[in-house]
Design a protein around this ligand. Structure first.
Ligand SMILES: NC(=O)c1ccc[n+]([C@@H]2O[C@H](COP(=O)([O-])OP(=O)(O)OC[C@H]3O[C@@H](n4cnc5c(N)ncnc54)[C@H](O)[C@@H]3O)[C@@H](O)[C@H]2O)c1
Ligand SMILES: O=C(O)C(=O)C[C@]1(C(=O)O)C=C[C@@H](O)C=C1
Length: 314
C-alpha cells in the first residue's frame, strides 16, 4: 500500500518560480493530498488556474489557508511578515507554517510574532533556483537532488519537522537542518555575496564609457556571460535578501574586500607566487565540488531543455 502523503491539505502563498515548482513537485511526488494557491498578482492567479497546477486558486490568502495542514509562504522575504499577519489568525489547530525565504533571521522575526500557539512554524529554504521568475518558470524537477535546509525553532516540533522533511524528500530534495544564525552566515558567503559580485561586475561593465553596450554583448566571453545569468535574477527578491541579511552580508563583504585588496597588491607588485597559490587552491575547490556531483551550475543541469530556436535562427 502506498504511504500516506505527509500533509493532506497544502496551501501555497505566492506562485512564482518556487511556489509553482512546489505545486508541481508536491503533486508529482504524491506529498500533498490537495493544493490551494493564492497570489496577490491577479495575472499570476489567472495563469496558475490555466496551468492547472493547483486544485483551488483562492481569492485571498485567508481563504487559501483555511483547513490547510501545511502552509508555505513563497513570497519575497520583505513581505513574509505581512502575509503571516494576514494568515496567522486563520491557521487551523495543528497546522504547520513554513516558508522558502533565502534569509531566515529576518523571516523568523517578521513571521514568528504572528504564529498562534496552536500552530508550528518551521522555516525552510530550498537551495535550488534559476534567474527566472513567475509561474511559467517553475518545474517539478527543480528540487531533485538539491538541498532543502530546515531551521527548526523549537525541539518540541520534532514530529512536525519530520513531516516537513518527508514533504521535501518526496519532492526529490536532500534535507539538512541548521540554526537560523548559521544559515544566514553560510548563505551570505555561498549565495548572497556571489550574487552581489555578479550584479556589481555587470553594472561596472555596463557603465564603462569607452566600451559601448554593444561591445559588452558582442565580446562577452563565457566567464562574463555566467555573471550576466546571475545578474539577471529577480530585482525584488534580491533587494529584499540584501536588506534582510545585512549583518552577515556586510561581515562577508568586509572579508572579501580585504582579500580583493591583497590580490590587487599582488598584481601591482608582481607577486606571481601569491596569485598562483590562490588560483591553485580555488581550482582544487571547484574540482572537489564537481567530484562530489554538486556542480548544479553546469549549463542546463536540472533545468528544462531550452525550446528550439525559431526556424529563421537555426
Ligand atoms: N528564485 C530562486 O532562485 C530562489 C531559490 C530559493 C528560495 N527563493 C526564495 O523564494 C521566495 C520566492 O522567490 P521566487 O523566485 O519564487 O519569486 P517570484 O518573483 O518568481 O514569485 C514571488 C511571487 O510572490 C507573489 N507575491 C508577492 N507578494 C505577495 C503577497 N503579499 N501575497 C501573495 N503573493 C505575493 C508575487 O506576485 C509572485 O508571483 C523568495 O523569498 C526567495 O528568497 C528563491
Ligand atoms: O541557480 C541560481 O540561479 C540561483 O541563484 C539559486 C540560488 C543560489 O544562490 O544558489 C539563489 C538563491 C536561493 O536562495 C537559492 C539558490
Amino acid at each position: 500500500m502506498a504511504e500516506a502523503a505527509p500533509f493532506e491539505r497544502v496551501a501555497i502563498i505566492g506562485l512564482g518560480l518556487i511556489g509553482s515548482s512546489i505545486a508541481r513537485a508536491a503533486r508529482a511526488g504524491g506529498v500533498a493530498g490537495s493544493i490551494a494557491a493564492y497570489d496577490r498578482d491577479e495575472a499570476v492567479a489567472v495563469r496558475v488556474a490555466a496551468l492547472g497546477i493547483a486544485d483551488v486558486v483562492a481569492a485571498s490568502a485567508a481563504d487559501a489557508v483555511e483547513g490547510a495542514d501545511l502552509v508555505i509562504v513563497c513570497t519575497p522575504v520583505g513581505v513574509c511578515g505581512a502575509v503571516a499577519a494576514e494568515i496567522g489568525p486563520k491557521l487551523k489547530v495543528g497546522a504547520v507554517l513554513s516558508d522558502v525565504g533565502s534569509v531566515k533571521g529576518a523571516v523568523v522575526r517578521d513571521m514568528g510574532r504572528h504564529v498562534p500557539a496552536h500552530a508550528a512554524f518551521i522555516p525552510a529554504h530550498p537551495i535550488a533556483g534559476t534567474e527566472d521568475s513567475g509561474p511559467d518558470a517553475g518545474f517539478a524537477e527543480l528540487f531533485q537532488d538539491r538541498w532543502a535546509i530546515l531551521t527548526p525553532l523549537s525541539p518540541a516540533d520534532e514530529a512536525d519537522v519530520e513531516r516537513l522533511r518527508r514533504f521535501w524528500e518526496g519532492m526529490g530534495a536532500n534535507v539538512d537542518t541548521m540554526t537560523v544564525e548559521h544559515h544566514d552566515l553560510v548563505f551570505a558567503i555561498v549565495s548572497h555575496v556571489p550574487h552581489l559580485i555578479a550584479y556589481n561586475i555587470v553594472g561596472t561593465a555596463a557603465d564603462l564609457e569607452d566600451v559601448t553596450q554593444s561591445e559588452v554583448i558582442k565580446y562577452s566571453a563565457s566567464g562574463f556571460r555566467d555573471f550576466t545569468r546571475i545578474a539577471a535574477s529577480d530585482p525584488t527578491m534580491w533587494r529584499d535578501i540584501f536588506l534582510n541579511n545585512r549583518d552577515a552580508v556586510l561581515e562577508i563583504l568586509g572579508r572579501f574586500t580585504e582579500d580583493l585588496q591583497a590580490l590587487q597588491r599582488a598584481i601591482r607588485w608582481g607577486e606571481g607566487d601569491a596569485l598562483f597559490n590562490l588560483f591553485s587552491r580555488t581550482r582544487a575547490i571547484r574540482r572537489s565540488i564537481v567530484e562530489q556531483g554538486q556542480d548544479t551550475a553546469a549549463p542546463d543541469f536540472g533545468r528544462r531543455a531550452a525550446p528550439p530556436p525559431p526556424a529563421g535562427e537555426r
